[in-house]
Write a protein that binds this ligand. Structure first.
Ligand SMILES: Cc1ncc(C[n+]2csc(CCOP(=O)(O)OP(=O)(O)O)c2C)c(N)n1
Ligand SMILES: [Mg+2]
Length: 536
């Protein structure tokens, strides 16, 4: 049992958050949630305020992804909560630990038409691990503690609580409960170990939950001890640095087509993995941090659920047959594919080929740079050309695929890592979702360099629509919009780049300038990212 305190609802929330190691709150102001501010402010906790609730909620999500402990946001009643919905949903799809504290119209007047009166629970229920309204002041501390626990435990995700205004302003005396251990069932690794030992051409795919569940070391030991080629996605990228002899990326199609065993760890068997359908004779193993995430739409040859560290520890074994020729085969494919990209990477055209943007950028990226992708084709090119060397440093939007994550993600990353390079790879379409929060990045002095691929179109939609219909609508943006001047107007540093030669120096100035910068690179709208379909 922790300490006992007396206070208003915000005191009880803040004290509970503090007991769980939370030190910051992302928010946008609203009278319904003033007591939460007061509780946190009085305790010296940080209040980070944005210009749109989507940024506050995406920041909480990213804080959860990066720190592997719940990111917390407070959203005011009604429109505050609805503006946060896409980020809450992203957190649900990404398994990001997150706590959303909602304001709510007063209970005493419920049904009489108070300002911003709506019941949020039917909206959030399907995209949260838990959601509830707290009607009694004496329940606030206990339920807030429970909410943090639920968000933190595998499979992680968002939890939503809202507090009627009259309840939040009321006072109560409560015990403050800190973190508590929870029972865990450890999945059985034996079947996977046997399959892996006997496989001739295995591959392993390491996903975001390996990072979230702190199993980087165990997954790396598995790969190295069993000599199994590894691919990585999401926050799992960098668990093996891109220059590790068992790390691959461009050979993925070949590897998945030729493998006799594919072990997928900590990521769903969704559209990004062909829904788990590989070759007819390919055996598939799915390992997840909780039973609820194990694929049910695939006939699995083995599966295991539970804390990934313990499961992965039980898998490494010496291979029954030598794997070196398989590894060499993949290395050759990887090298050939990469060699095939050289022409694009050196493309001298202006407006630039997106690959050329990344060729210039990657020369200047630190090994531990945090990279945030927000866009269509421009972001897909980033996935192909930007190598990752440290885990937990690659923030893509994940399977929900929501545009507009960048300002919130950059805000959380910049506050956590003031001394690391933070880079946003931003489509011009994506830029429009959150420009107001470039102001937030300025106000909080976030050292982020945004590289905007400005092709004047919604590229990932325009090209497929043209392909399907022979024409396209609703796919044009204004050509050559001065996004760098918008950044400048909001107090940041901006650069316009029209030719490849201008890009390197512009990037260097942007990296050297404190606070947020935007390098607005005019890119060729005719270049489409090669993909079989974006509708799958
Ligand atoms: C919130 C949201 N709205 C719409 C989409 C559909 N969508 C996916 S990619 C894309 C185009 C993005 O354009 P831009 O950011 O300019 O990148 P480009 O493809 O041009 O490189 C759109 C509209 C989405 N994923 N998320
Ligand atoms: Mg675009």
């Amino acid at each position: 049992m922790g300490t006992r305190i007396e206070g208003h609802g915000g005191d009880l929330i803040a004290e509970t958050l503090k007991a769980h190691g939370v030190d910051r709150l992302f928010t946008l102001s609203g009278g319904h949630i003033f007591p939460i501010y007061d509780g946190m402010h009085q305790r010296g906790m940080r209040i980070v305020d944005t210009r749109h609730e989507q940024a506050a909620a995406f920041a909480a999500e990213a804080h959860g992804k990066l720190s592997r402990a719940p990111g917390v946001c407070a959203l005011t009643a009604g429109p505050g909560v609805t503006n946060g919905m896409s980020a809450i949903t992203s957190a649900f799809f990404n398994g990001s630990p997150m706590l959303v504290l909602g304001g709510r119209a007063p209970e005493l007047r419920w049904g009489q038409g108070s300002l911003q009166e709506m019941d949020h629970l039917p909206l959030v229920r399907t995209v949260t691990k838990m959601s509830d309204t707290i009607f009694w002041p004496h329940e606030i501390a206990k339920r807030t503690a429970e909410a943090i626990e639920v968000a933190s435990r595998p499979h992680r995700g968002p939890v939503f609580l809202d507090f009627p205004m009259d309840v939040l302003f009321s006072r109560a005396e409560s015990d403050i409960i800190g973190p508590s251990p929870w029972p865990i069932a450890v999945g059985e690794p034996d079947a996977t170990r046997t399959l892996l030992r006997d496989a001739e051409r295995p591959v392993v795919l390491i996903g975001s939950d390996v990072w979230a569940d702190r199993a980087e070391k165990e997954s790396r030991t598995l790969v190295e001890w069993s000599r199994v080629p590894a691919f990585m996605n999401g926050m799992g990228r960098g668990i093996l640095p891109a220059d590790h002899d068992l790390a691959f990326s461009s050979a993925r199609g070949h590897a998945f087509a030729r493998a006799d065993l594919i072990i997928v760890i900590g990521t769903p068997l969704d559209f990004r993995l062909g829904f788990g359908k590989f070759g007819d004779d390919t055996k598939v193993v799915h390992i997840g941090d909780d039973e609820s995430v194990i694929a049910r739409h695939v006939d699995l040859d083995a599966s295991a659920a539970g804390p990934l560290r313990f499961i992965l520890e039980g898998i490494p074994d010496r291979p029954a047959s030598d794997r070196e020729s398989w590894i060499a085969e993949l290395r050759k494919v990887e090298n050939d594919k990469r060699a095939g990209f050289e022409a694009e990477l050196n493309d001298a055209r202006a407006p630039l080929h997106p690959a050329r943007v990344y060729a210039e950028l990657r020369k200047r990226l630190a090994r531990d740079a945090v990279v945030i992708c927000d866009g269509g084709d421009f972001a897909s090119y980033a996935g192909r050309f930007i190598d990752v060397y440290e885990p937990g440093a690659w923030l893509d939007p994940g399977p929900y695929g929501c545009l507009g994550t960048a300002p919130g993600y950059a805000l959380a990353a910049g506050l956590l890592y003031p001394d690391r390079q933070i880079v946003v790879l931003l489509g011009d379409g994506a830029a429009g979702f959150g420009m107001g929060d470039w102001d937030t990045l300025v106000r909080f002095g976030i050292n982020v360099t945004m590289v905007c691929g400005n092709n004047g179109i919604w590229g990932l939609e325009k090209h497929p629509m043209k392909f399907l219909y022979g024409y396209d609508v609703a796919a044009e943006l204004r050509p050559e919009t001065s996004y760098h001047e918008v950044m400048h107007a909001l107090g940041g540093h901006g650069e316009l780049v029209r030719t490849p030669d201008e890009l390197g120096p512009a990037l260097e100035r942007a990296f050297a300038t404190p606070g947020p910068s935007l390098v607005n690179v005019l890119t060729d709208p005719e270049v489409a990212y090669p993909r079989s379909s974006n509708l799958a």
